[in-house]
Design a protein around this ligand. Structure first.
Ligand code: NAP
Length: 274
């Protein structure tokens, strides 16, 4: 088995990576940068996102593991105190994994410019910061609405706890095969109208966004940010590819949500209320 490690640069991550490499070395497990079987990220969810994009070309053959060095993350299960257990699990690996949906983003340009294709683990956002984004939203090639506002976010189930949640989107269980479309500051008055609530798109549907009047906007793919012009349309759908996580232990999803967003404080308050 070959392992690649992607870490952030905090003192704790550097220390955890050093300890992990030592344990892997003692177990005779090789650390590589090219063609790994398993990628271990050491840091937070942001570090796991970086690891995903670095190795996205190997999705068919790799599995990911997240070791978190900050607070509990959504993609990161392991801690410094159970590194020995992690290396034992790698040593006894049977190829077990759990996989989750990804977002496929296709940008189609006018004037025969070369189209772009991306995979997002969390979300893709179309937005502008000066003026109003005006675009038509199609669902499965059927016109749904004309959107006016700051932007639109399309997220995966695992990305639903990221930016999507901050703009009022629902938290989706990651076993669901769905995409979520969430508005950012839509204009709603007697003249302009949008649905004004997050929408969950079924697996056989896709979302198409056609910029109208807006000639320049920002497109994000997780951490990647680009300025786009000359765009004919952008199509978002559930990708054929999925991300696989080596599953040696299981943290219940709703426990993770509670821990990350409500924490011990809410439990104490709850106890005092009773
Ligand atoms: P960042 O701006 O450095 O950090 C954004 C925060 O979002 C970090 O605390 C990160 O957790 C957390 N995060 C990332 N993915 C998450 C997920 N799936 N569920 C819950 N929290 C998540 O950006 P970054 O670390 O490079 O990550 C980019 C992602 O951050 C974007 O894809 C977006 O979802 C999210 N983001 C959110 C907001 C917001 O909520 N207003 C703003 C910017 C970006 P860690 O600390 O564990 O890394």
């Amino acid at each position: 088995m070959k392992i690649a490690i992607v870490q952030n640069n905090t003192a704790e991550s550097i220390e955890v990576t050093r300890e992990l490499k030592e344990l892997l070395d003692n177990a005779g497990i090789v650390v590589v940068t090219h063609q790994p079987d398993i990628i271990i990220s050491v840091g937070g969810d942001g570090t796991l996102l970086s690891a995903f994009h670095r190795y996205a070309h190997l999705l068919d053959s790799v599995r990911f593991i997240g070791v978190h060095t900050g607070h509990l993350g959504f993609y990161t299960d392991w801690r410094q105190y159970n590194l020995t257990e992690l290396v034992d699990s790698l040593d006894n690996d049977n190829g077990e994994f759990i996989d989750y949906p990804l977002l496929d983003v296709e940008v189609i340009y006018k004037n025969k410019l070369k189209n772009k294709h991306f995979l997002a683990l969390n979300e893709s956002i179309v937005k502008i910061t000066d003026g109003t984004l005006v675009c038509d939203v199609y669902i499965k090639e059927e016109h749904f609405e004309r959107f006016r506002g700051d932007g639109l976010c399309i997220s995966t189930p695992t990305g639903s706890t990221g930016y999507n949640k901050s703009i009022g989107g629902a938290v989706l269980h990651p076993r669901l095969e769905a995409l979520q479309l969430t508005e950012i500051a839509s204009l709603n008055n007697r003249i302009f109208r949008t649905l004004s609530s997050p929408m969950i798109i079924a697996p056989d549907e896709w979302i198409k966004i056609i910029p109208i009047e807006t000639t320049k906007f920002t497109l994000t793919i997780d951490q990647l940010v680009s300025t786009e012009t000359e765009v004919d349309y952008i199509r978002f759908r559930i990708a054929k590819e999925r991300i696989r996580f080596a599953q040696y232990q299981h943290t219940h999803f709703w426990d993770r949500v509670e821990d990350a967003f409500l924490g011990a404080k809410s439990k104490n308050e709850d106890r005092m209320d009773r």
